[in-house]
Ligand binder design. Structure first.
Ligand code: CTP
Length: 421
């Protein structure tokens, strides 16, 4: 549970901030909202007030009926300056959506409204989620402002690509989806001390490998890395020291997570092998190619050179997870992922648990609606030697939390989790 201060600036995407508040409060966080005057043209204060259970502030000179307290706190006896008291109480300050104008003000230290004044006074981690027209995002002024903020340690999220607010326009500038916003805030929260993952070294693999056919083409898969990154964020938020071996993942980076970028199964294997002995927990969420072209051309294949048919021989890649499991040491907890389709998904998962000598397999029915590749939600069954836990369709953040709960339970139950079951 944390106290999250949300600053909402002007933009169509302000409506997504309502969903973020709903998710954050459902996750147990206490939320207070500051809006800029322009933001109120898009979404009214009454909606935020109803969802947070606390007054919304806009004007610097307006009295805060809650006197700077969050919904889980009793208001102080005195009447403090609301923006100073709010940021003092906050564990993290998220600005979402952050307009180009607000980003410029934050970069230059302007304090001309309650949101920017509060940001200037904030000592807690600041997360900025931009949302704007793609030309504004690409403008060198915005690029420089974002660089300035990042250089100061502010987490500026990458906006998404797709349809923008203006009719018919598409490009980069979309506000990240609310579950991603929540994960980004949770990732910067000060680590809970004494938590069950405090100090644990967690190695995660994420994304999907690409196996070259020639200098420009590859055999790949649809994994986006969302599940692996959600696991990494959640483990870091629980106090773990996290490294992600990321195969072709184009998602925003969490400053509290070390990321090692790889492309192929062979690179992923080398990166995981180099780090495995030092880790306490391995979460193997990457979709590793099972086959790769036996001979990749070093140049771009020309149609003339190939003719009417291109026949390719694919060879098996090494099973990275099985290789790591074969050299596991006592005290390590190994979790595999199984992308399956159909009714026998859980049976296949259980078979993998035994064959690869794992502590848990997270079975993912990739054919189920809302589950699997490149969607923000997932539905899984966590299979262990002792039974199965079904996690109904939920955000990948929530699924990651369930997987880590299972890891914590496994480690608590087995004094020597490395013992092969
Ligand atoms: N894995 C691996 N190295 C590979 C292939 C998979 O480490 N070359 C890991 C994945 O990261 C995942 C688990 O093994 O944790 C998936 O097991 P796998 O048997 O490869 O699943 P599928 O590819 O679904 O296998 P199959 O098609 O045989 O069911």
């Amino acid at each position: 549970m944390a106290r999250i201060l949300l600053g909402v600036s002007g933009g169509i995407a302000a409506y997504k901030a309502l969903e973020l508040v709903r998710l954050a409060t459902a996750a147990g966080h206490a939320v207070r909202v500051i809006q800029t005057p322009t933001a109120q043209r898009f979404v009214g204060a009454a909606s935020f007030a109803a969802l947070t259970g606390a007054p919304v502030l806009v004007d610097e000179f307006e009295r805060d009926p809650a006197r700077g307290a969050f919904p889980d706190q009793a208001p102080p006896e005195h009447d403090p300056l609301s923006h100073l008291e709010l940021v003092r109480n906050a564990d993290a300050f998220l600005v979402a959506p952050a307009s180009a104008n607000t980003i410029a003000k934050l970069a230059h230290g302007l304090a001309d409204n309650l949101l920017t004044s509060a940001a200037l006074a904030a000592r807690c981690p600041l997360v900025v989620a931009p949302a704007m027209n793609d030309a504004m995002w690409a403008n060198p002024a915005t690029v420089a402002n974002v660089e300035t903020l990042r250089a100061r340690g502010v987490t500026v999220l990458e906006p998404g690509t797709g349809r923008l607010a203006s009719k018919g326009e598409a490009g980069t500038g979309r506000l990240p989806e609310p579950p991603e916003l929540l994960a980004a805030v949770e990732a910067v929260l000060p680590a809970a001390t004494g938590g069950p993952m405090d100090g644990l070294r967690v190695l995660v693999s994420a994304g999907g490998t690409r196996e070259p056919i020639d200098a420009v083409r590859f055999v790949g898969n649809r994994s986006s890395g969302r599940m692996g990154f959600a696991l990494a964020d959640e483990a870091a938020a629980r106090g773990a020291q996290v490294t992600v071996v990321a195969a072709n993942v184009a998602l925003p980076r969490n400053p509290r997570v070390e990321v090692v970028d790889v492309e192929t199964a062979a690179e992923l294997q080398a990166a995981c092998e180099a780090r495995f002995d030092d880790c306490d927990v391995l979460l193997m969420a990457a979709a590793v190619a099972d086959f790769r072209p036996a001979a990749a051309a070093g140049h771009k294949l020309k149609k003339d050179e190939v003719g009417d048919r291109l026949e390719m021989v694919l060879e098996r890649t090494p099973d990275v997870l099985a290789g790591l499991a074969a050299r596991r040491r006592p005290g390590q907890t190994l979790v595999g992922f199984a992308a399956e389709t159909g009714e026998r998904a859980v049976d296949y998962g259980r078979r993998k648990l035994r064959a690869k000598r794992l502590d848990a397999v997270v079975v993912n029915d990739v054919a189920a609606p809302g589950a699997g590749f490149d969607v923000p939600t997932n539905e899984v069954t966590i299979v262990t030697a002792d039974g199965e836990t079904h996690v109904p369709l939920a955000s990948k953040t929530a699924v990651a939390a369930a997987v880590l709960d299972a890891v914590v339970a496994l480690r608590a139950a087995a004094p020597a989790p490395g013992s092969v079951r």
